[in-house]
Design a binder for this molecule. Structure first.
Ligand code: MG
Length: 287
């Protein structure tokens, strides 16, 4: 199943079930995506039953919003694709060593935006805005010290995420947080695909296009720490909560590591695509 947050004519966002090019309103069944994620298997079956007897709306008639507004920071893996490790460390004149443990940082909740929202560009803040398409995992139930073998049971579903990064701010301090957390720098969407509907999350083509030119193209099979390893690592001594978002890292092709480096400029159109989920289109917009 694909679950979206949508609105019509600027009204407040509701939850919907996406089928092909249609959307079925679920607002009579669940008030929020957080509530939907908390449903049991029986609850989800009820949602499906309701949808089967409900009228649908053409997807083209709705605005899609970020499918989930997380309660706490988005957790992100850095340097989780070997080719991206190589390009990043080489571009910074460092020796290329693959990480022994996941590199974890977070993005502020206020950075989260929708699949068609603008990516704000303010040259007073940063002139080195970069793109990083990623597969994001949505946690479905609370857990701590989750064994690798059971980790997938904690996944509710998946969405596409672009970890837009102000490279200068990322490098100024020793923490990534500031450069990763500008408003609108975490578009997610276009919807959440439930775990059962995406049975091979480690074999998905993942791409980012800027102005229709392919900049990143890889496959999730190249992750260094896969989804179970990441969940097991993050949950060690630290509770994961339903609705947590985990970005699993970006493949190679990012702007700063190119020769010469390429950064986003106002008017640039960023397409973020993950096979089996869908695509987002965000336009860089001067503010
Ligand atoms: Mg990233």
């Amino acid at each position: 199943m694909k679950f979206a947050r949508y609105s019509i004519n600027g009204r407040s966002p509701k939850i919907g079930l996406v089928t092909e090019n249609q959307l079925i309103d679920l607002s009579n069944v669940v008030p929020s995506m957080q509530a939907l994620i908390a449903l049991s298997a029986d609850g989800l079956a009820m949602v499906q039953q309701h949808a089967a007897s409900s009228q649908s709306i053409p997807l083209a008639d709705v605005k899609l919003h970020a499918p989930l507004l997380p309660r706490r920071n988005v957790m992100c893996l850095g340097l989780n694709y070997a080719e991206h490790v190589r390009e990043s460390l080489t571009a910074q004149g460092q020796t290329v060593d693959l990480p022994q443990f996941p590199v974890v940082f977070t993005k502020a909740t206020t950075a989260v935006s929708g699949p068609t929202d603008p990516i704000p560009y303010d040259p007073q803040v940063s002139e080195s805005m970069d793109f990083e398409v990623e597969l994001a995992v949505i946690i479905g139930k609370q857990g701590k010290n989750i064994p690798v073998e059971q980790a997938m049971e904690y996944v509710f579903g998946y969405t596409v995420l672009n970890d837009i990064t102000a490279r200068d701010l990322q490098r100024q301090g020793k923490q990534f947080f500031k450069g990763k957390s500008l408003d609108g720098s975490c578009p997610i969407g276009p919807w959440i695909v439930s775990r059962d509907a995406l049975p091979h999350p480690h074999d998905l083509n993942i791409r980012c296009l800027v102005n229709d030119v392919e900049k990143q193209s890889s496959n999730t099979r190249h992750m260094i720490f896969d989804i179970p390893a990441t969940i097991a690592y993050l949950s060690r001594g630290m509770t994961l909560l339903p609705g947590d978002i985990i970005a699993t890292g970006t493949p190679d092709g990012v702007g700063f590591a190119r020769t010469p480096p390429e950064f986003l400029r106002p008017g640039d159109v960023v397409h973020s695509i993950v096979e089996g989920i869908g695509e987002m289109k965000n336009v860089v917009t001067a503010v």
